[in-house]
Design a protein around this ligand. Sequence first.
Ligand SMILES: [Zn+2]
Ligand SMILES: [Zn+2]
Length: 227
Amino acid sequence: MLTVPGSCWLCQMPLALSGWGVCSVCTRSLVGRIATCPQCGLPATNPVLPCGRCLKKSPPWSALVAVDDYVPPLSRLIHALKFSGQSSLARPLARLLLLAVLQARRHRGLPKIDRVVNVPLFRRRHWRRGYNQSDLICRPLARWLGCRYDASALTRVHATAIQHQLSARLRKRNLKNAFRLELPVDGLHIAIVDDVVTTGSTVAELSRLLLRSGAASVQVWCLCRTL
Ligand SMILES: [Zn+2]
Ligand SMILES: [Zn+2]
């Protein structure tokens, strides 16, 4: 995926501010396109109240913010960031997530948070790629929101198998005790940032760990929620 510097990654039109990466027209068509449940992030008719699934059995996190479903064009940009070494895409993607968070604050009263944490990659996978994509998204995001970001707040204790190749039961077992919290989070409102949330089992495990360790609340922020 190539783009001319100063033009939109999606429609190639010239940008008013070259650092934005995605123009305002493409941004408007992406952010908040689908009505989803404010807690689980799955499609719902009411974007303000928790859906029936959440009323029956709510996820451990209190709110989920996503830019869009995992479909083109957003999925193409994420794929280029993760697998084609296009790390310059991190900032434009972080900006899309920022806009989704600000929109959720405006429209559904999403509370402010104290700290952003990222989903840790196992060290070997990190080496192979040279960077952790959610880390690259967290840095500018935390700066723009004026909250703290600790890149090493969460660590992976052992290599977990690639989650999407496992059944739900194996996925759960694979994640049990897979993470460790390295910093005190007592009384803090935390946002976990991930690129793509699919089943939600990884962020659920991290949310439980943070809440067990005294966090006041946990939100999940992701570029895509697979719907
Ligand atoms: Zn555009
Ligand atoms: Zn829900």
